[in-house]
Design a protein around this ligand. Sequence first.
Ligand SMILES: [Fe+2]
Length: 288
Amino acid sequence: MQVAERSIMLQSRADRIFLHIMSDLHIGSAQCDEEEIVRCLKAGGGKEHHYYIFCGDIIDCIGHKDKRFHPSKLHRAFVGIDDILGSEIEYAAELLKKHLEPGQILGLLDGNHERKSLEYCSFHPVRRIVEMINGYTTGIPQAQYLGYHCLYRLMIRRNKSKGAASFVIHAHHGWGGGGRTAGGSITKYDRHAMQYSADIHCYGHSHDPGLKPIVQDVSIMRTRLEIDIRNSWLICCPAFQKTLSQPGETEPWAETMGFPLRPMGGIVMEIDVDWEMGKAKAVMPSPE
Ligand SMILES: [Fe+2]
């Protein structure tokens, strides 16, 4: 498990923080929905206090010796290239750098697809993407490599104010086979999430979007005899990999296995700061 921290300085009480969570982009797969990826990157790209975290399976990472490899599963941009993994890494890093400002990316997790590359070739694709994103920039908060499972703390401060509020992100790529019941993965992740003290719990892998508020902790208030209920959010991230092929294309694995069609995209949460209590919590952003 990895830990990381980022310090965020706001100018005033009116400043708002947005957290964009994206998972399972599967860049390199013929079914990768790049249009949707770009839409989500543009939604917060270049905007102040919009931060991004990527929860694994960023690249599809299936080489020709992998038993899952099939020429029809490769995105057309990678056909005829022998360095498939290297090209996917470069493509992913360039895409993120093109749409996001340096400092906007909090970090990137491994998924089971990238971990296969570690297993087969002792090669860490996400570490390489992180190096390419950070490049030689100095004086700007760097994107972190977050392993498969992490706790990431945001320390939020306000100009000319002494106090700080903390906000903790718990992220895990996820595990297990896919379910055909919509929302079915929420139960297994719910049980796992309860072991970790965080304001938000993010899981990928299942390609089964779901969002659920959970009671994290019930305690007595420190300053008075009242009950303090701490809520957090469980987020099962949607993916960016299509289930259904277009006419003429070979049906992807998910389609042949009867997986349901699911909405794709990212999740955006707003972080609301309670300066008096020194706490921050996630709320669903209101439509603008
Ligand atoms: Fe996965």
